[in-house]
Design a protein around this ligand. Structure first.
Ligand code: FMN
Length: 194
């Protein structure tokens, strides 16, 4: 099959990978709390479990995490996409985003950070100090994790018919995908053409 490959400007190349599940990062220090959206989050290691999140050095979130050494990482559902966009387009420097956008939280189990209601999975993380922070990366060791049993159990996601309970994936400018249909395959054998 003839495939036409559209050139992608290097300044937009990250968009090709943007649509991993968007996350929400919560933070707290010295009586202040904050929340922001982060698309650039991924697993890093199995044991102890670690994640990496890109948190721009100019953000209020970055300042609070830098001071406290802990953060909450959560996966919003599609129903929470509008709030996700709101916390990703306003700075918490002079704004309490929780009260402004009517966001509910609950206490974390192992860290002193509010965790977001309205999400479907939550990871509590402690920062692992590392040189990579020069690159705006934050590496976190996961010290607690839990997920909504309506869509996650026995170590598997099982998204059902309710689109509002699917993870969402950010593109840009307010555009998201929702996670699509699940399917199963067996591994291709050596003789099969791709
Ligand atoms: C859907 C979405 C995803 C985003 N992903 C990231 C990201 O991965 N890393 C980042 O530094 N900023 C990201 N941003 C921008 C921050 O959320 C934004 O700068 C926010 O206002 C920072 O808030 P704060 O200054 O209160 O911490 C994203 C914004 C949106 C809307």
């Amino acid at each position: 099959m003839q495939v036409t490959r559209e050139p992608v400007a290097l300044s937009r190349a990250t968009r090709l990978l943007n649509h991993g599940p968007v996350t929400i990062v919560t933070s707290a220090h010295g009586g202040r709390t904050n929340v922001m959206a982060a698309s650039w989050a991924m697993p890093l290691d199995f044991d102890p479990p670690k994640v990496v999140v890109v948190v721009d050095s100019h953000t209020q979130t970055r300042r609070l995490i830098g001071a406290s050494g802990v953060f909450g990482l959560q996966l919003p559902s599609r129903a929470f996409a509008s709030q996700t966009l709101a916390v990703g387009t306003h700075s918490g420097v002079d704004l309490d985003k929780f009260s402004t956008f009517g966001l509910e939280t609950f206490p974390a189990q192992n860290i002193d950070v509010p965790m977001m209601s309205g999400c479907i999975a939550w990871l509590e993380c402690k920062v692992i100090p590392d040189d990579s922070q020069r690159l705006d990366l934050i590496i976190g060791e996961v010290v607690a994790a839990y997920a909504d049993t309506r869509v996650y159990s026995n170590n598997r996601w099982h998204f059902g018919d309710d689109p509002d309970l699917r993870t969402c994936h950010y593109v840009a400018g307010g555009s998201f995908f929702e996670t699509g249909a699940a399917f199963e395959v067996t591994a291709a054998t050596s003789g099969e053409a791709a």
